[in-house]
Design a binder for this molecule. Structure first.
Ligand SMILES: [Zn+2]
Length: 547
């Protein structure tokens, strides 16, 4: 059963979180319209009846829109006196987990098959107005909904949300769905996703352009793609561009300029701006403050629908500037540091403290091989008797433009012989000999060149595990579970890495100074490997057994 039902205007004003209501009606947005000037209640009723929830614990269930979500649609559904939709742009910025993706999915589904626009006049209405004075909501003609994002994966998120509606809901019979596409049966109308390239955007005349994580549109190419696609939407009647994103770090980007203009109150009468962010003065080192900031930035957390404890945990697993951006939805000056000041130095082995790598300790290794102009790094990690992880680095710098692959490989064989590591985490990219190391060379005719197979765990840089690996590495450093020897080349590479948001998380990459960072992925690989189950080792044959 629905907890709230479809709320009227008075009930919305009474039940909405006051902070959200204030954000929804500030600047040029104006007050919640009267029911004779919005399709909002029709939209909310339609969504609750027809839409189905995507990924998560509520998968496949009809959504129960919170008062805040209902108020957003009530406002977005505002109709002008001439029967056209008031808003041609939605600028919606909420903290991560605040419900942007479901909202985008519902909006897309609504445009495809719901009462999205006002009738031009039929036997039920007079010029779009029903006898009760309300607008007559009807379906769009030939809807074309585009989801655009910096990557296919990101663009798929809203589309996947809408696909569930057309796979499982009462509308399933009206549409065909496949990865990246929902298409109406027997009539024109589709929802699709495109990456942000001008070529893909060219020629599109979308009725609705839904752009997800706009803060990632930080290149001229992506911005041009956006301009092309939004230009197409302007040609459609009641066209809508929805910009959905958390805060960014660079004001000199598409999203930066949009938000700066919005906050100066310069948005036009046809632009709906809703920005929820944590207020200044909160202390990110205090859990209570972090939770308060998350609630301020995230209406679902404020409402108790999103689990604020889970969000707190995620906040803690991220470099602070990113956590503030994502979960407090606040703009930060720069993403250039991924570790809190002093965190790496605090992990340096103390003067007089033992520093030995002992073959009897459990050992994991991470390796990152070279592009020609890069360095290569191998990190050895051991769990000490006190539970901490000690890490030491061996780094090669290119000599005359080339890294000596054999030298790196020999070093790994030597480590393997010495420590018998559980796993060696490695990315196959730029490592031509990796499969040979995996297979071993025990069948080499020359006994001096025979090597046993190495316990390689493949860990692609672009893989999902790498996102987890970086979060784990961040935690072990911040919590001082890591111990290192303070070697300058190791420390410099770790310090030079900068975080970059990535689908559902973040990774490390080179900073603007382009200093080498190979130790960072290698360390993350080794740390990740410590969480893997120990590999199965061949058991030594019992001595009594005779063949
Ligand atoms: Zn009508």
């Amino acid at each position: 059963m629905s907890a709230w039902g479809v709320l009227g205007r008075t009930a919305l004003i009474q039940q909405c979180d006051p902070r959200f209501l204030a954000a929804l009606t500030r600047w040029n947005n104006g007050p919640l319209p009267d029911q004779t000037r919005t399709l909002g209640p029709d939209w909310v009723r339609w969504i609750m009846k027809n839409c189905r929830l995507g990924e998560g614990d509520m998968y496949g269930l009809p959504p129960d829109l919170t008062p805040e979500q209902q108020a957003l649609f009530w406002k977005l559904g505002e109709v002008r006196d001439d029967g056209r939709m008031r808003f041609s742009t939605l600028i919606l910025s909420l903290g991560k987990g605040g419900g942007k993706t479901p909202a985008g999915g519902w909006l897309g589904a609504l445009s495809l098959r719901g009462p999205r626009v006002v009738c031009h006049g039929c036997e039920q209405c007079r010029g779009g107005w029903l006898p009760n004075g309300r607008p007559h909501g009807v379906r769009r003609t030939s809807p074309d909904v585009i989801n655009m994002a910096s990557s296919y994966d990101q663009a798929d998120m809203i589309l996947d949300e809408a696909r569930v509606t057309f796979d499982l809901g009462p509308l399933a019979e009206f549409a065909r769905t496949q990865k990246g596409l929902v298409e109406l049966k027997g009539e024109r109308g589709k929802m699709r996703r495109i990456p942000a390239t001008p070529k893909k955007a060219d020629g599109s005349k979308a009725t609705d352009l839904l752009v997800d994580e706009v803060h990632e549109f930080d290149t001229e190419l992506r911005e041009r793609a956006y301009n092309v696609a939004s230009g197409g939407t302007a040609k459609r009647e009641d066209g809508l561009v929805a910009l959905l994103s958390t805060a960014g770090s660079n004001l000199n980007t598409l999203w930066g300029r949009v938000v700066a203009r919005a906050k100066r109150g310069e948005c036009g009468d046809d632009e709906l701006v809703v920005i929820m962010e944590a207020e200044p003065g909160l202390d990110p080192t205090r859990d209570d403050d972090v939770i308060e900031g998350i609630r301020q930035a995230n209406p679902l957390a404020a409402r108790g629908v999103a689990d604020v404890r889970k969000l707190l945990k995620k906040f803690r697993e991220m470099p602070l500037p990113q956590a503030i951006r994502y979960y407090w939805n606040r703009w930060v000056a720069s993403d250039e540091s991924w570790l809190p000041t002093g965190a790496w130095d605090a992990c340096k082995v103390k003067e007089g403290e033992a520093w030995t790598f002992d073959p009897s300790l459990p050992t994991w290794i991470g390796a990152d091989m070279a592009l020609k102009r890069d360095s290569a790094a191998v990190i050895t990690v051991q769990r000490r008797p006190d539970g901490r992880l000690q890490a030491s680095a061996k780094i090669w710098f290119p000599d005359g433009g080339l890294i000596d692959q054999d030298e790196c490989d020999d070093y790994l064989y030597a480590l393997n012989a010495l420590y018998d590591p559980e796993w060696i985490a490695a990315d196959e990219a730029w490592w031509p000999t990796l499969s040979k190391l995996e297979a071993g060379t025990m069948d080499d005719p020359d006994p001096a060149r025979r090597r046993p197979p190495l316990p390689i765990f493949r860990m692609p840089q672009q893989g999902r595990n790498m996102i987890i690996a970086y979060s784990m590495t961040y935690r072990v450093i911040v919590d001082a579970v890591l111990v290192h020897d303070g070697a300058p080349d190791f420390s410099d590479q770790i310090a030079s890495a900068v975080p970059q948001s990535s689908d559902g998380g973040w990774r490390l990459r080179k900073g603007k100074a382009h200093r080498r960072i190979d130790s960072a992925p290698a360390l993350a690989g080794a740390i990740f490997a410590t969480s893997l189950a120990p590999r199965e080792r061949p058991k030594p044959a019992p001595r009594s057994r005779v063949y």
